[in-house]
Design a protein around this ligand. Structure first.
Ligand code: UDP
Length: 316
């Protein structure tokens, strides 16, 4: 293990993505030097344009499923690269599988070579269509490996297994965060996820497309809360997965009504078919994060949605 440098050096794979760019901002604010790596298939340099002149920030366009060759000291590797919306997995199934498997292997290899700490961005999708509610980290999940979402779910489950193997066998200081639905500025308006989809439709005055009856539930966390939980996790001495998310649960139908109210839109609601294997319910049990990290979400849904709506207003 190399001694930590006085200015910590952090690599963020997926650094031009929604969460990777917010994490880069937070690490820079904490005094780190940040090397963001992204192949830009779902990331966008607009998300990091404000960092271009920051001497502590470096962007490298690279596909992390290929060997990651970086000179110099690295203290932390945050592995955030992956397509992350159901539409992306349908359009990019092989890339999704490769970045979760080969990309995780390369990112762990980089951490091992540099004696760096490692944090994996995992997901509530590891629980699949959960039979336990709310979901605790001890729940093993209910995943269909061959369904359309399987490419993401199984890649992330493999990534968790690989991370624990590097921890146990190579003694790497690893962390795993299971990220629940998160929203905020820098999400792609057209990534298909429910927050940008509904807000975009409401701002354009189009009907909101509720899939199925809209009785499926989700719990939405604002991005700054999520990043704070992840930053705390990266500094603690705990290696098993930790859920980070907001436990306030909504049906998707109620969520659509809330978006119409908050945008002041005259949009109506229409129903479209429920996608295959769409989880019926999802809410994190965050007891572990509370106890271990002293963390819980602070931004209430209306406040967070106002921020997100203002961001999307400029993009529609
Ligand atoms: N959803 C919807 N209409 C949309 C987009 C999504 O009703 O236009 C639903 C989707 O079926 C799911 C929930 O909203 O039940 C959250 O979907 P999202 O794609 O944001 O992520 P997921 O939590 O399914 O990974």
């Amino acid at each position: 293990m190399t001694a930590p440098s006085s200015v910590p050096v952090s690599v963020v794979t997926g650094g031009a993505g929604f969460l990777g760019s917010h994490l880069s901002d937070r690490l820079l604010a904490e005094g780190h030097r940040v090397i963001a790596i992204d192949n830009l298939i779902t990331g966008n340099t607009d998300n990091i344009a404000h960092l271009a002149s920051n001497p502590k920030f470096q962007f490298i366009r690279h596909d992390v499923t290929q060997f990651i060759d970086l000179p110099g000291v690295v203290d932390n590797v945050f592995h955030f690269a992956s397509p992350a919306s159901p539409i992306d997995y349908l359009q990019l199934p092989i890339q999704t599988l490769k970045v979760g498997s080969l990309g995780t292997h390369n990112a762990l290899g980089l951490a091992k070579a540099k004696g760096a700490r490692f944090l994996l961005a995992s997901t509530s999708e590891c629980y699949g269509d959960p039979l336990e509610h709310p979901q605790s980290e001890s729940y093993w999940g209910n995943v269909n490996p061959i369904g359309p979402r399987g490419v993401y779910d199984e890649a992330k489950r493999f990534a968790e297994a690989m991370t624990m193997a590097y921890h146990r066998y190579h003694k790497i200081d690893t962390h795993i965060v299971r990220i629940f639905n998160t929203y905020g500025p820098r999400m792609r308006l057209k990534d298909g996820r429910v927050v940008p989809a509904f807000v975009g439709q409401a701002l354009r005055g189009e009907p909101l497309t509720v899939f199925g009856e809209g009785q499926q539930t989700r719990s939405f966390c604002y991005c700054s809360d999520l990043i704070d939980g992840i930053y705390r996790l990266s500094r603690c001495d705990f290696h098993e997965p930790v859920n980070i998310g907001n436990p306030t649960e909504f049906t998707i139908l109620d969520f659509a009504k809330l978006i119409i109210k908050l945008t002041g839109s005259k949009s109506t609601i229409i129903h479209e078919p429920l996608p295959v294997d769409d989880p019926k319910q999802r809410r994190p049990n965050i007891a572990r994060a509370k106890e271990l990290l002293g963390w819980e979400p602070k931004v209430d849904l209306e406040t967070g949605l106002h921020q997100a709506i203002e961001y999307f207003r400029d993009k529609v």
